[in-house]
Design a protein around this ligand. Structure first.
Ligand code: HEC
Length: 96
């Protein structure tokens, strides 16, 4: 039991060391930062579909990271931490 409490403590303190307040789950990040343009069901609105049968689904993670952090065409770059970018990509791909 003590070990578990210690582990929770370690995980907790390692998460609070970042300066920017982070969104904690990929789903939260998607809803807050992507869904307005890509749709809450990933089927696309202003931006293209991100669903399993979309072009984006075939692309590598580095393409996704690049698109999210640098922007693409009329998609503005999203200001997210590396961790948030990883979380949101994992969340979207976990829906496939
Ligand atoms: C302001 C609207 C907007 C927001 C917010 C936005 N996007 Fe986009 N996104 C677009 C548009 C428009 C494109 C198409 C750009 C082009 O091809 O010129 C795009 C393209 C993409 C692509 C490439 C699609 C393809 O078929 O190659 C990916 C991946 C993507 N967005 C993911 C995201 C993720 C993840 C987020 C949230 C972190 C996000 N976008 C937020 C508008 C947006």
């Amino acid at each position: 039991m003590k070990r578990i409490i210690f582990l929770i403590f370690v995980i907790f303190t390692s998460c609070t060391s970042t300066e920017i307040p982070e969104l904690t789950s990929g789903e939260e990040i998607y809803t807050a930062r992507c869904s307005a343009c890509h749709g809450s069901d990933f089927s696309g609105r202003v931006g293209p579909s991100l669903k399993a049968d979309s072009n984006a689904a075939q692309m590598s993670d580095s393409y996704w990271v690049q698109t999210i952090t640098k922007g693409m065409g009329s998609m503005p770059a999203q200001r997210l931490t590396d961790n948030e970018v990883t979380l949101v990509i994992e969340f979207i791909k976990s829906q496939y």
